[in-house]
Ligand binder design. Structure first.
Ligand SMILES: [Zn+2]
Length: 256
C-alpha cells in the first residue's frame, strides 16, 4: 500500500509534522474534554499546511468514535494515523484476551515476543475496526519498542514506520525492520516537544532543525488539548499547546 509518509520523506526540503500521543484514561483524566479539543489543533495545523500524525490508543479511538470524530477528521483535516500502546491501559475487551498483562508494567518491550504479538494484534484490530485507517506508523508508550515489536508489526500489520526519541533507554531497536521517523531530539531529554521548555528554547530547537533541513517530527500529548486541563497548572506550563503551535507555525512560515 502507498502511504502519505512514503512520498513525504523523499521530499528534499525541511518540513514539520506534529505527532500527538493520543492517550486514554491513564493520562487523560477528562478524556472527553481533550478529545473535544482535538479538532481545534487539527484545524490550525491543516490551515497552515502542516500534517498531524495521531498515535492513537484503543481508549482514545473509542472516545473519538463515540463523538463521531473519525470520519469527520479524515474528511476535513491533514491527518495521518498511527498506533499507540500502553499495555496496562486497555479496554476490558482487549484486557480479557491478554491475561498476562501486569498492572505496573508500562513498557511493551518488557513483554515476550508471543505476549507482544497478542497485545499488538488486538490493539491494531480494535482501532482499525473503528475506521482508523490506514495506520502508517507505531509509537510505544514511554517510547518503548524493541526488535520483537518491529518484527511483529511488520508481520501482522501494514505499519511501515515507527517514531520515537531514539536516545531514550526504552528505545531498544537494533535491526530497523521498520523505517524510523525519529522525534527531533538532541538527546534523551531535549526533544522538539511542544509542552517542554519555555518558548525561547522551543523556538531555538525548531530553528536548529530547520537549518539542518530535516524532516522534523515534533511531539505533544492529548492530555494538553483542553487548555483547562489540570496538567497545565500542575506542571506550570505557560501558554497552551494551541498557542505554542501558533508560535512554531510563524517560525516555520518564515522559512517556507
Ligand atoms: Zn503514551
Amino acid at each position: 500500500m502507498e502511504y502519505f509518509l512514503d512520498n513525504y520523506i523523499k521530499k528534499p526540503n525541511f518540513d514539520f509534522i506534529l505527532t500527538i500521543d493520543c492517550e486514554g484514561y491513564n493520562f487523560d483524566k477528562n478524556l472527553k474534554n481533550n478529545v473535544l479539543n482535538l479538532e481545534r489543533l487539527l484545524k490550525l495545523n491543516s490551515e497552515n499546511n502542516i500534517y498531524t500524525l495521531l498515535f492513537i490508543t484503543p481508549f482514545f479511538a473509542k472516545m473519538m468514535n463515540e463523538l463521531n470524530l473519525i470520519e469527520n477528521i479524515k474528511r476535513n483535516y491533514k491527518v495521518i494515523f498511527g498506533l499507540h500502546i500502553h499495555p496496562n491501559n486497555l479496554p476490558e475487551s482487549i484486557e480479557k484476551l491478554c491475561p498476562f498483562i501486569e498492572k505496573n508494567e508500562d513498557l511493551i518491550a518488557n513483554y515476550s515476543y508471543d505476549e507482544q504479538k497478542t497485545i499488538i494484534k488486538h490493539c491494531y484490530e480494535y482501532i482499525s475496526k473503528l475506521g482508523i485507517e490506514p495506520i502508517e506508523a507505531f509509537r510505544g508508550g514511554y517510547f518503548s519498542i524493541d526488535d520483537n515489536t518491529e518484527k511483529i508489526l511488520a508481520e501482522l500489520t501494514p505499519i511501515k514506520y515507527e517514531s520515537h526519541n531514539i536516545y531514550r533507554p526504552q528505545y531498544k531497536v537494533t535491526k530497523n525492520i521498520l523505517t524510523s521517523l525519529p522525534v527531533y531530539a538532541e538527546n534523551e531529554n531535549e526533544e522538539l516537544r511542544l509542552e517542554y521548555f519555555n518558548i525561547e528554547k522551543l523556538s531555538k530547537i525548531l530553528n536548529k532543525g530547520i537549518l539542518e533541513n530535516k524532516k522534523l517530527f515534533g511531539i505533544t500529548h492529548s492530555y494538553l488539548l483542553d487548555p483547562n486541563d489540570f496538567h497545565y497548572k500542575r506542571d506550570k506550563i505557560e501558554l497552551d499547546i494551541h498557542e505554542r503551535m501558533n508560535l512554531l507555525i510563524s517560525i516555520i512560515n518564515k522559512y517556507r
